[in-house]
Write a protein that binds this ligand. Structure first.
Ligand code: MIG
Length: 724
């Protein structure tokens, strides 16, 4: 028997077997009205032998499949297969199936699109018409799951209903919209101060410096290496005076070391994950060596863990970065012993064999599948193997952090970043796309991921600008910074073994062009910040594939251009050594704009359609949509809690346009878009004359000056001014 509930009008939720609650839904399924019901026509769900289910959903010939959050590959997922199973995947090659985040929400695009969310915390494998073009098949590995089916007139409608069900996306404080500078690691006070100083010297706006694992003592989480950071509170307050905040990384693995308080306390209270065979705490090695892992499935453990961040915060950290929470496991002592035994055996025999070749070419000890059967979680009093609830580990770690930070001051927003994620976590934290490489392919992948993640509710996201692994080149850093400037999360980050890639380490041209990209980001903050907050709180993607807004783009699913907010089309250059690129402009007409340190300068009206546009190294093809009005301001060195009083706006319309600019303090929490302090500027043509009207919501600033440049579709330009 199939049980179905309708928690809101466009949404049907089916229950199969006995699902484990994942916390993805904002209201508890137990509160819903259940009845028996039928699946959509031709869909079928069957039990698999042993355990699990297979869901079969026939596809029509022209269907595309979009969503699925973090994945390698195109925006259109049809024809590929995926494994939803949180994995530390250090090399994002095209054939990669599983990533850090597991996001089993997708939309079948067709005349009447349909949204599908498969809610189960264990592995889900998805064949999106790969084996059989006409069939979408999902295999769920657990004893039960919820299948959500969402109807809507458009993909945007479906996203909106989905987000009503799972909750509105995380909105960080305004400073997190600034530029972040990072690398693994700025390992001592001098290195951090030097970065801050260089940023100043080179006039590069920046709000945040990240501190990677070397700030800890011997990789012990919640400790500080006071040899390298003798006075962190002082460092932090000195940097704060310069407008820079510090963020620190935290991993879930707790080093086994007598006398280390986090270990001792967790051990004494029994907070660490237990071995499946009942022989005590599970041990896995990560950076600190042999470590134990908190059982985040328990509320008391989350509570304890969360409070550790609050204590660390008082050392001077403004936000946190949860890494390695798939969880990544380098090896277990048992697996290591076994491995060493094999190696010794080969050493003694000292001859080549197929078995030796298998061992050498084996993927080795890291993240072996079997590790996840070796430890259990306490899920509502029951011992459940990690594998059954695997995809929730990172989400629950991050929930622990989020709840503690929120409890510290309910009235304020916090900043939190997580590597692993599952639906529901999009309410608590931002994500980045993990260990990409300084490869041009990953620059294009960055766009595809921004689009897919935004469709899936993980809106405050971004990739490591410049690429994490491998060595970045000057040209790549420039192009990547030009894209990063439009990503919600904008952080330059690099691996331990990668060359330095801060904007100033190459040459003057690279420095100048990166600086102007970053300045442009700051100039556009009134637009980017206001529109992001509006998108998240009105449940619509901020980074938008063109198909979301333009009928004529629906069948194209362009993967190398996107809308940043409702009105700005960005077509970044993602290939080396080119001086231009193809751009497709849907709809009617567009206003071509040029990026500059002061924001945008209009160049003229261009028709829709396909064209090849020039894009020298300093150029980013950018267009304002018809009906758009884009607010900007003179860039500052850092975001600030006080909003500027002068804005420039560029609009493109024949009749009217409107935009909202937030005037909040950048930190206060508001429950609705309506309640944010802001001004709304509307321009309107009345009897051939343009009028500007400004309304205030929840604020009445003393001073406000607007300079508005308006273009109409004939290419005529006029300017208006408004002041109080
Ligand atoms: O095993 O903390 O994705 O951003 O710099 C690597 C060191 C561990 C992986 C993260 C990366 C971070 C790195 N971490």
């Amino acid at each position: 028997m199939v049980f179905v509930a309708q928690p809101n009008s466009a949404v049907l939720v089916y229950r199969f077997g006995s699902p484990i609650e994942t916390g993805a839904f904002v209201s508890e399924p137990k509160d819903w009205q259940w009845r028996t019901g039928a699946l959509p026509a031709e869909w079928s769900v069957s039990g698999l032998e042993g355990k699990g289910f297979s869901i079969n959903m026939p596809l029509q010939s022209n269907d595309s499949i979009v969503g699925l959050g973090q994945h390698v590959g195109g925006v259109n997922c049809r024809g590929s297969s995926f494994r939803m199973y949180s994995t530390d995947c250090p090399v994002h090659i095209p054939s990669l199936r599983a990533m850090y985040g597991a996001h089993p929400f997708m939309i079948i695009l067709r005349e009447r699109p349909i949204g599908i969310f498969i809610d189960s915390p264990g592995e889900i494998s998805l064949d999106a018409g790969a084996s059989t073009r006409g069939m979408l098949t999902a295999k769920v590995s657990t004893a039960g799951f919820y299948l959500t089916v969402i109807e809507g007139d458009s993909a945007a409608d479906i996203v909106s209903s989905y987000l009503t069900l799972v909750g509105e996306p995380f909105i960080p404080p305004r400073w997190a919209f600034g530029y972040h500078q990072s690398r693994w690691s700025y390992g001592n006070e001098g290195a951090v101060r030097e970065i801050a100083q260089k940023l100043g010297e080179h006039d590069i706006p920046c709000d945040v410096i990240h501190m990677d694992i070397h700030y800890m003592r011997d990789y012990k989480v919640f400790t500080i290496n006071t040899d390298s950071f003798p006075n962190l509170p002082k460092l932090s307050s000195d940097l704060r005076e310069k407008g820079i905040r510090l963020i620190s990384i935290i991993d879930p693995g707790v080093k086994i070391e007598d006398g280390y308080s986090v270990y001792e306390e967790g051990k004494q209270k029994g907070y660490f994950c237990q071995r499946a065979d009942g022989k005590g705490a599970f041990v896995g090695a990560v950076w600190p060596g042999p470590s134990v892992f908190p059982d985040f499935f328990r509320e008391d453990v989350r509570d304890w863990w969360g409070k550790l961040y609050v204590r660390l915060q008082s050392e001077g950290f403004a936000g946190f970065w949860n890494d390695m929470n798939e969880p990544s496991i380098f090896y277990t002592p048992d697996a290591f012993k076994e491995y060493a035994r094999k190696v010794r055996g080969f050493d003694e025999r000292n001859e080549f064999s197929e078995a030796l070749s298998n061992l050498i070419w084996d993927k080795g000890l890291t993240n072996q599948e079997s590790y996840y059967d070796e430890f259990v979680h306490d899920v509502n009093g029951e011992r459940v193997p990690n594998r059954e609830v695997h995809n929730l580990f990172g989400t629950l770690m991050t929930r622990a952090t989020a709840e503690a930070l929120a409890a510290e001051d309910e009235s304020k927003r916090y900043f939190l970043l997580s590597r692993s994620s599952y639906p529901g976590m999009h309410r608590y934290a931002a994500i980045w796309t993990g260990d990409n490489h300084s490869w041009w392919e990953h620059l294009s992948l960055n766009i595809q991921m921004l689009i897919s993640l935004n469709l899936s509710g993980f809106m405050f996201c971004g990739a490591d600008t410049g690429g994490f692994g491998g060595d970045c080149t000057p040209e790549m850093l420039i192009r990547w910074t030009q894209l990063g400037a439009f990503s919600p999360f904008f952080r330059n980050h690099a691996a331990l073994w990668a060359r330095n890639q801060e904007p100033w380490v190459f040459d003057d041209e690279t420095l100048a062009l990166c600086r102007s990209g970053i300045k442009m980001r700051y100039a556009l903050l009134p637009y980017i910040y206001s529109e992001f907050v509006k998108s998240a709180s009105t449940r619509t993607p901020f980074i938008r594939g063109l198909f979301l807004d333009y009928k004529d783009a629906e069948t194209r699913l362009d993967e190398d251009q996107f809308l940043c907010g409702p009105s700005l089309l960005v077509a970044p250059v993602v290939r080396p050594a080119v001086h231009g690129r193809h751009v497709y402009l849907p709809g009617s007409r567009w206003l071509k704009v040029k990026a500059s340190e002061q924001g945008l300068d209009a160049e003229g009206v261009v028709p829709s359609g396909e064209s090849f546009v020039s894009a020298a190294l300093h150029e980013i093809p950018l267009y304002v949509a018809f009906g758009g009005l884009i607010p900007m301001t003179a860039p500052r060195r850092h975001t600030s809690n006080t909003c500027p009083s002068r804005y420039k706006l560029i609009g493109f319309t024949d009749s009217s346009a409107e935009c909202a600019v937030l005037l909040d303090d950048g930190e206060a929490r508001y429950s609705t878009w309506q309640s944010y302090p802001k001004f709304i500027c509307s321009v309107k043509k009345v009897n051939d004359e343009w009028k500007c009207d400004v309304r205030f919501e929840s604020t009445e600033p003393q001073q406000l000056e607007l300079e508005i440049e308006l273009w109409d579709s004939s290419g005529a330009k006029r300017t208006l001014a408004w002041r109080r």
